[in-house]
Write a protein that binds this ligand. Structure first.
Ligand code: UDP
Length: 456
């Protein structure tokens, strides 16, 4: 009889990476695969302390084991310097992971590690899989288009002198196009572009180059998308296996949070009319200045619609005078929401989103149209998919000072709510997403193929 497979899953230490890989781990564990899920120490502690009782139970029943490795930042004065952080995890994680796998293999002779799944941004960690001679699998937590572009364009653009080889910048008037069916990239749309912060941009560009190398070196690349959503980009990536959307079940365990979910918003949503509420969330990294924060609050107030707004704790901004009193009967503010469950609630009418990839997947499987508010990374390019390709959302545009004004916000809210086409398109995408993960669908079959590959 074949030995029980044992996967070690290693996400990048950020919210939008930990949650989808943990969702995948639940699916694998449900098929009898043993999973050890490895966070850095700091993230491990945050995840553990944010678990709700239900999540603890789900985790226990799943058999997934949460482990941690040192991120090498202990005693570091400025742990949030992206360059120091990246160097530290690059230095520490492979040796730490090797020691962990060695310990696991000694203690569990019958359940030795048979596969490592690494976030594609940490592809170098798969050198550890090579040491143990086990399967090397990458996990892509963003859409396939970005990677398709890295693979097909970056070397040539650098060779032709169009792309800067250190920062990855291209001239302002340049557009990168890989197919007529895939939106082009201007400099702003590039995943690593960080205006005004060249050091950060270099770190992000290196990270994207790692993703490219990972895709070229892995045995398989799992991606949180479904094939029908972007056939053109998926076809450009050789070992690509789309297996998403991963959070398809509205009530699937939501562990992996860095903050404690405030579930009181679910009963608040129960008291709202169907398709009436604007859900406002900018993921785990969105930051605002006071002026933009005010405009958003006042735009929501002007809309006269009910809203549920996630304002992360410690953001240190003040609401405009009178705002809280004025919206008290139709606004709910939480520090962290059970987002998948919120989006699947019938009261949600639209999603004002930063267009992070997980948020997009969660919005699509809920059939909710988007108001797009990108600011960073792949979000600008994701916006193009939502508005121009899938046609299930509208842009909230910046004015000449880079601010999204209260009037623009209100105008787009009214427009979206009165436009039935966006909703129809969103529901079509929901059906497609559901089909892909249902028996016989593309993501279902890919996951099945992967599981069988790992098992036998
Ligand atoms: N999320 C959540 N509660 C919130 C806000 C976000 O659970 O109040 C989750 C969301 O469901 C998603 C993840 O955090 O799974 C954010 O990932 P995304 O790729 O959308 O954005 P990022 O945080 O990486 O920018």
């Amino acid at each position: 009889m074949a030995k029980r497979p044992h996967i070690v899953a290693v996400p990048y230490p950020a919210q939008g990476h930990v949650k989808p890989l943990l969702s995948l781990s639940y699916k694998l564990a449900a098929h009898g695969i043993k999973v050890t899920f490895v966070n850095t120490k700091m993230i491990h502690e945050r995840v553990i302390s944010s678990l709700l009782d239900d999540d603890k139970e789900a985790l226990e029943q799943s058999g997934i084991k949460l482990e941690s490795v040192d991120d090498g930042l202990e005693g570091e004065k400025n742990p949030f310097d992206a360059e120091i952080f990246t160097q530290a995890i690059r230095r520490m994680m492979p040796t730490q992971l090797r020691d962990l796998i060695e310990r696991i293999n000694i203690c569990n002779k019958d359940e030795q590690v048979t596969c490592v799944i690494a976030d594609a941004t940490l592809g170098w960690i798969l050198e550890v899989a090579e040491i143990f001679g086990v399967e090397k699998v990458g996990f892509l937590p963003f859409g396939p288009a970005g990677l398709a572009m890295f693979i097909t364009c970056i070397p040539k653009l650098i060779e032709d002198g169009i792309m800067d080889s250190i920062t990855g910048s291209i001239p302002e008037n340049e557009q990168i196009r890989i197919s007529k069916d895939i939106p082009s990239w201007s400099n702003r749309d590039l995943m690593w572009t960080s205006p005004g912060d060249e050091k950060l941009q270099k770190v992000f560009f290196e990270c994207c180059l790692t993703v490219k190398e990972t895709a070229e070196n892995v045995d398989l690349l799992l991606c949180n998308t479904f094939y029908e959503l972007d056939i053109f980009a998926s076809n450009l990536i050789p070992k690509m296996m789309p297996i998403g959307p991963l959070q398809i079940e509205r009530n699937s365990p939501s562990s992996g949070n860095f903050w404690v979910e405030d579930t009181s918003c679910l009963s608040w949503l129960d008291s709202q009319l169907p398709a009436s509420v604007i859900y406002v969330s900018f993921g785990s990294t969105g930051v605002f200045n006071q002026e933009q924060f005010n405009e958003l609050a006042l735009g929501l107030e002007l809309s006269r619609k009910p809203f549920l707004w996630v304002v992360r704790e410690g953001i240190n901004l003040n609401y405009p005078e009178g705002f809280i009193e004025n919206v008290t009967h139709r606004g709910k503010i939480v520090h962290w929401a059970p987002q998948r469950r919120v989006l699947g609630h019938p009261a949600i009418g639209c999603f004002l989103s930063h267009c992070g990839w997980n948020s997009i997947m969660e919005g699509l499987i809920s059939g909710v149209p988007f108001l797009c508010w990108p600011y960073f990374a792949d979000q600008w390019h994701n916006q193009k998919y939502i508005c121009d390709i899938w046609k299930c959302g509208l842009r909230v545009n910046c004015d000449e000072n880079g601010i999204r004004s209260r009037h623009e916000i209100n105008m787009k809210i009214q427009k979206l709510f009165s436009d039935s086409i966006m909703k129809v398109n969103a529901l079509k995408l929901k059906d497609l997403a559901e089909e892909s993960v249902s028996k016989g669908g593309s993501s279902y079959m890919n996951l099945d193929k992967f599981i069988n590959h790992i098992k036998y």
